[in-house]
Structures are given as structure tokens and as C-alpha cells.
Design a protein around this ligand. Structure first.
Ligand code: PLP
Length: 374
């Protein structure tokens, strides 16, 4: 990304940008289309809704944390009738409850089911294939829209095989590029829903972005030139140097190393993983409960003494939230290896000792054993 500004009319940038499209689709495992945006995850929250929904349309959000609530709020701001089923902060989507809501919708009023694959606040991972199965079994024709902003390139995603109609992602998490770009993948069914819309705003419209006649249509104006160079390198690293399945495996192994440490630490004292069941945990982020004021104390100790920034509580944005001081999160997505994970765990272990927070012994041994592959 550190290079002179390129020619934005002809030449290398134009040719290189075209190569991003098939590689992005490989990461999402789709034969469908991709539209690229200059914007963060919130941009594609709004863009995805804007292409297939209108004011007054009814949709169903299956929510497992703050990010699901955020996407639903975005829908409400567009006048969409956003029904929310809240599965709390410590669990994934309950398939039977979702199925009942869909079978109760006798008139087929629900136009879309919206789910966050990994809610980055709670670190709960919903198995998307089961959502599609519930929709098929209740014979419902709604679109399935999935937020994989935290999970794409970390946790497995099989957009086509799992029956996802619209998938959204950002560039700054598993895709390892500084914040500023985001993506919508969509299939033919989603494209047909887009075609039925009376109005889609010129900037959010995914059609010219996915089917550009001219280079400037990719981004509805000037391209994010240097981000594109960064993205090219990231896609090469994932697809050509390491391989997507090896990337998923690396995230799985490193997540297990982190959980092994917590299994030991939590034997005594306040530490507890937010998601109890292993198959409901994300491989990209881990949320930890330890009660106030320990969470904030530990985060501040690590920032000031170890050069490690832990994530704030379950995706909360309000410092006055009574839960603020009782949590922290470890981000383990994207450009990550065992020295970073073991370093972070070692720093947490030091912090627990410095602050005299009770904890079980042997956490670092347990994590190191997992990283050794033995
Ligand atoms: C980060 C994130 C978002 C929001 O992305 P921004 O780039 O901060 O707008 C939305 N959903 C999930 C699951 C995320 O992890």
C-alpha cells in the first residue's frame, strides 16, 4: 500500500482490480456476484438492506449479540419492519424457535431472515447451514442474509453450499486490510429481488458495481486505490501462499490454544468463557467474563505494561453500561500466529498475577501444548 498514487484511468490498477473479483468469490465460496464498496461494515449493513428491501417490508433478525441488534437498527432507520428474536448474549440461534417463527408466517410476509455468523460482541458462532435447513423445512421463501464481517477468512464459510443468498463482509478483520472497504456477495435469487425494487439509491446499488461497464462503476467514483493493492496482497496470502482451508485450520488451532488456557485459569477465580459449548464458539474472537472491576483492571494493566490491547466488553459502546467493567475480548482473526497468541496469553497471565486476581495454574503449558500440535 505504500507506493505512489497510480493512474486511475488506464493501466495496472484497472487490470489488477479485475483480478480481485474472482478471488473474493473464492474466499466466500460462491459462484455468485460481488459488489465492492468504499465503506466499513456499517456501509454494507445499509447497502445490503437497500438493494432488496423497501420501507414497510417485514424481515426477521435472529440476534445473538450487539452486532445483530445494530444491523436491525439500521433496517428500522430505512423504515423496514424489523422483527427481532433475541437469543441472548451467551448462545447461538435456537433453530426450533426460528422454525416456529417461519411456520407461523402463513402469508409469507417475512421477506428476509438476517443472521450474524459470528457476533463479535459475544463470540457466539451460529451454524449457517442449520439456518438454511430450518428455512427449507418450513418451506419459507425468504432471502437468507448473513453478516460474516468478523468471520470471513477465519471461520469456515460456504456461501453457495450453505444456501446463503446475500453475504456481507469487511476488509479489516479476516481479510487483513486496514479499515475502509466492504463487500456484498449475492446470488441469482438476490439479484431477482433487487430487480423487483422500485427504487435503489444510486450509491448503494450493487448492480453497476458487480457488472461495471467502466472502471469508475466499481466504486461509483474514484476507487480506493491503495486499499486495492493491500487487498491484492491479502488475497494472495490467503489463497495462494497458505490456502483457504489451511487458514481456517490455523484459526481453529489458535482458538483451541486460547480456550485451553482458559480451561486452566478458570479452575479457580472469576474467569469464565462467555460461550460454554465449544461448537458454538467463534475461531475469530473470544469473549471472557470475569466480573467488575476485574475486566477493566486487566485490560488497563495489559495496555500499560505489556503493549497488548484487549477488546472491551461484549461489544458495548456505552461506558456507563453496568456491565462495562466485567468483560474483555481477545481478537484472534486474520494475520495471526502462535507467537502472537502465546504472547497475549502470557501477558494475561502476568496481569492476573500482578493484580492478584485468583486463577488456576498451568494455562500457558496447556496453550503451548495445543500450539505444538502434539
Ligand atoms: C466489525 C463488525 C461490524 C461492523 O463493522 P464496521 O467496519 O465497524 O462498521 C458488523 N458486524 C460484525 C459481525 C462485525 O464484527
Amino acid at each position: 500500500m505504500h507506493q505512489a498514487a497510480p493512474n486511475i484511468y488506464t493501466g495496472e490498477l484497472i487490470d489488477m482490480t479485475a483480478t480481485l473479483v474472482p478471488d473474493l468469490k473464492k474466499i466466500a465460496r460462491t459462484e455468485g456476484q460481488v459488489a465492492m464498496y468504499i465503506g466499513n461494515g456499517h456501509a454494507v449493513w445499509e447497502a445490503s438492506l437497500s438493494n432488496v428491501l423497501s420501507s414497510g417490508d417485514k424481515v426477521l433478525f435472529a440476534v445473538t449479540g450487539n452486532f445483530g441488534h445494530g444491523w436491525a437498527e439500521m433496517a428500522r432507520r430505512l423504515g423496514v419492519d424489523a422483527q427481532v428474536i433475541d437469543f441472548g448474549k451467551r448462545d447461538v440461534v435456537d433453530i426450533e424457535i426460528l422454525k416456529k417463527a417461519l411456520t407461523d408466517d402463513m402469508q409469507g410476509d417475512i421477506k428476509a431472515v438476517l443472521v450474524v455468523q459470528v457476533d463479535t460482541g459475544t463470540s457466539a458462532k451460529t451454524h449457517i447451514v442449520e439456518i438454511r435447513k430450518a428455512m427449507n423445512e418450513s418451506d419459507h421463501s425468504a432471502l437468507l442474509m448473513v453478516d460474516s464481517i468478523a468471520s470471513l477468512g477465519c471461520d469456515e464459510m460456504q456461501m453457495d453450499a450453505w444456501g446463503v443468498d446475500i453475504l456481507i463482509a469487511g476488509c479489516q478483520k479476516g481479510l487483513m486490510v486496514p479499515p475502509g472497504m466492504s463487500f456484498i456477495f449475492f446470488n441469482q435469487k438476490a439479484e431477482q429481488a433487487r430487480d423487483k425494487q422500485k427504487i435503489v439509491s444510486g450509491y448503494w446499488d450493487w448492480r453497476p458495481r458487480a457488472h461495471p461497464q467502466h472502471f469508475f462503476e466499481y466504486f461509483c467514483g474514484t476507487a480506493p486505490t491503495h486499499h486495492l493493492f493491500g487487498l491484492r496482497v491479502a488475497l494472495d496470502m490467503i489463497l495462494h501462499e497458505e490456502g483457504l482451508e489451511a487458514v481456517w485450520k490455523r484459526h481453529e488451532l489458535l482458538a483451541h490454544a486460547i480456550w485451553a488456557a482458559f480451561d486452566r485459569w478458570s479452575v479457580v477465580g472469576p474467569l469464565e468463557l462467555n460461550i460454554a459449548e465449544i461448537n458454538k464458539r467463534s475461531h475469530a474472537v473470544t469473549s471472557v467474563r470475569m466480573g467488575a472491576p476485574f475486566g477493566t483492571q486487566l485490560r488497563e494493566w495489559l495496555t500499560n505494561n505489556a503493549g497488548v490491547t484487549l477488546g472491551i466488553g461484549l461489544g458495548m459502546v456505552d461506558r456507563n453500561d453496568p456491565e462495562w467493567d466485567g468483560f474483555f475480548r481477545i481478537g484472534h482473526m486474520g494475520h495471526l500466529n502462535s507467537h502472537m497468541v502465546l504472547g497475549t496469553l502470557g501477558a494475561i497471565d502476568s496481569g492476573l498475577k500482578a493484580l492478584r486476581i485468583p486463577h488456576g495454574e498451568g494455562a500457558l503449558d496447556a496453550a503451548s501444548l495445543v500450539c505444538s500440535g502434539a
